[in-house]
Design a protein around this ligand. Structure first.
Ligand code: FAD
Ligand code: SF4
Length: 513
């Protein structure tokens, strides 16, 4: 018989070479892999989204004439283990070849490597994942010999490679590579999210929801209402809506945070891109076209393209360059456990409460909320990077190890000592006050540094700088901040240290603040 073609849960793309080359006597193998679903407490919406998307994708393949072998999730420890199910399929179908596409996550690659080495009589073929725009090899080549791996230069290389937003002489359209500076507007008095598509549940999705309800009821997060796109057609509808109706304001309000408005002008496309329902390059080309047709300003098109062609590919490159050691990096020696407030426990901190509430409802919060609210607080309070990593990996629908880990450990927590981020993304409560309306009505006051009602970010921010002076003060990009700190009197510094230590002590005692 033909080839057993393994499709992993984030490889739901018809144009993958492994599927393009499939023949009628091949078997297309899917497994709702039990250990993948149980190794962390995934948000129920994330599980329902992935399972429903897998089942729809497998159905599409069946309908176009392929033979599909599909292992559905079953809470029985005897079923659903990936390599065991592959072995069962090999025994059943006796394929002449077993093929798979390079996994996006390190732990799955390890599993398949071990399986292949234990089954030397079986012939394996590994396909490249051509959805990513920078191969692992190209990233290594780019990184080779560089002291610093700055995203900005990587991004410029990618713009040239794909000829995106370039003049004929390969200079950037508009004269600048990056319009980030125009993308930092504070929130205007009234700003709300434009209406978004909500997709009706069909029988497949309803069945998946029952499975998730029955088996993952203790996981953090609201399963319903469930409104995600679950196939390419629906995901494309969302992409077109974003490009046509929302992208024109994406740049301007990219960093803004508003209570009860989870989405604002963000695309909400990450989960669809990450499982393969949408392709990164097609989205960049759509944004470029919208700019060329005068539908959107340059700062918006460039900002969106930079996130996908730049950041997304760059974090993937860093991940594969650094794994498996990357997971255990802890440059700032952060050890504190994650407080209960991250899992929905009550807290007086208005911003944490709001971001966790949005996360629980939608399995989503936008980048600045992830980075400058939950990430920033975890950095300043010194929460254990592994615990923070597991939280992010669990609670967001778009969270897969390869993209979540570098963002959390490298960008938010500075755990890799500056490989990914040129300086720590640390900020006091004043930043959150400027970019959001979270502080209005909060128990704490963002203007106060010391005292019962002082915003906890404030004293923790200066304490963080004091504590890590040896590691951070030589960084040129931290020079101005350290100059400010140096002007503080000893008395003020002592007050900060005492107040920050009392906050940290409370956290260690399990007080969510
Ligand atoms: C601590 C932390 C954890 C994160 N974890 C994840 C994760 O698990 N999965 C994930 O896809 N993104 C992650 N990000 C990156 C980013 O926050 C999300 O991609 C973005 O919020 C998704 O929402 P969106 O689709 O509306 O994005 P938009 O703001 O509309 O951006 C457009 C697209 O650009 C890409 N993108 C933007 N920023 C990044 C980035 N830093 N890294 C990779 N891709 C990016 C995404 O594909 C996104 O859909 C994380 C960021 C932080 C700070
Ligand atoms: S005052 Fe501080 S804790 Fe309260 S919402 Fe503002 S930044 Fe967050």
């Amino acid at each position: 018989m033909g080839t057993l073609r393994i499709i992993l849960w984030d490889q739901l793309t018809h144009s993958l070479p492994i599927l393009v080359q499939a023949k009628s006597d091949d078997i297309i193998f899917f497994c709702e892999c039990r250990e993948q679903m149980n190794y962390i407490p995934h948000h129920p919406k994330k599980l329902a989204f992935i399972l429903s998307s897998m089942r729809h994708f497998a159905n599409e393949l069946s309908q176009s004439g392929f033979q599909v072998h599909y292992v559905q999730y079953d809470n029985d420890p005897q079923h659903g283990e990936l390599t065991q199910e592959i072995e069962n399929a090999i025994l059943k179908f006796k394929p002449s070849l077993v093929a798979y596409t390079e996994p996006s996550e390190f732990h799955i690659q390890e599993k398949l490597n071990v399986f292949a080495s234990q089954n030397k009589k079986i012939k394996f073929q590994i396909f490249p994942d051509n959805r990513f725009l920078c191969s692992k090899e190209l990233f290594c080549e780019w990184a080779k010999g560089k002291k610093q791996l700055r995203m900005e230069y990587f991004y410029r290389m990618m713009r040239v490679k794909y000829n995106i937003l370039l003049n004929e002489d390969k200079t950037p359209i508009g004269g600048k590579w990056n319009y980030d500076i125009e993308n930092r507007k504070s929130p205007p008095k009234s700003l709300s999210s434009p209406p978004r598509k909500s997709h009706k549940k069909d029988e497949i999705t309803k069945k998946v929801i029952e499975t998730v309800k029955n088996n993952f009821k203790n996981n953090f997060g609201d399963l319903e209402p469930f409104y995600f796109a679950i196939d390419r057609q629906q995901a494309l509808e969302e992409a077109h809506q974003f490009i046509n109706e929302i992208l024109s304001k994406f740049g301007d309000y990219q960093d803004v945070m508003i209570r009860n408005e989870a989405y604002l002008y963000h695309s909400l496309l990450s989960a669809y891109i990450n499982v393969g329902l949408l392709l990164p390059l097609e989205l960049c080309l759509m944004a470029q076209k919208a700019y060329q047709q005068d539908q959107v300003p340059l700062n918006c098109a460039e900002g969106f393209i930079r996130q996908i062609l730049g950041w997304r590919e760059y974090v993937r490159g860093i991940y594969w360059l650094m794994m498996p050691e990357y997971t255990s990096k802890n440059y700032l020696n952060a050890q504190r456990p994650l407080p209960w407030s991250y899992w929905g426990g009550d807290t007086n901190m208005g911003c944490i409460k709001e971001v966790v509430k949005q996360t629980k409802a939608h399995a989503y919060s936008h980048h600045i909320q992830r980075l400058m609210v939950t990430g920033n607080f975890a950095l300043l309070a010194g929460f254990d990077p592994l615990a923070v990593h597991q939280w992010y990996l669990s609670v967001y629908a778009d969270a897969f190890d390869w993209v979540e880990l570098p963002n959390t450990l490298g960008m938010a927590l500075y755990g890799d000592g500056g490989l990914l981020a040129s300086k720590p993304y640390c900020a006091s409560g004043k930043y959150i006050k400027r970019m959001s309306n979270f502080c209005k009505g909060c128990y704490y006051n963002p203007e106060e540094l010391i005292g019962e009602k002082a915003c906890p970010y404030n004293a923790l921010y200066w304490y963080f700088l004091i504590t890590h002076r040896d590691k951070l003060s030589k960084n040129q990009r931290m020079r101005v901040i350290y100059q400010s700190l140096n002007r503080f009197s000893d008395e003020k510094k002592n007050q900060i240290v005492n107040h920050a230590q009392s906050i940290l002590h409370k956290l260690e005692e399990g007080d969510p603040l």
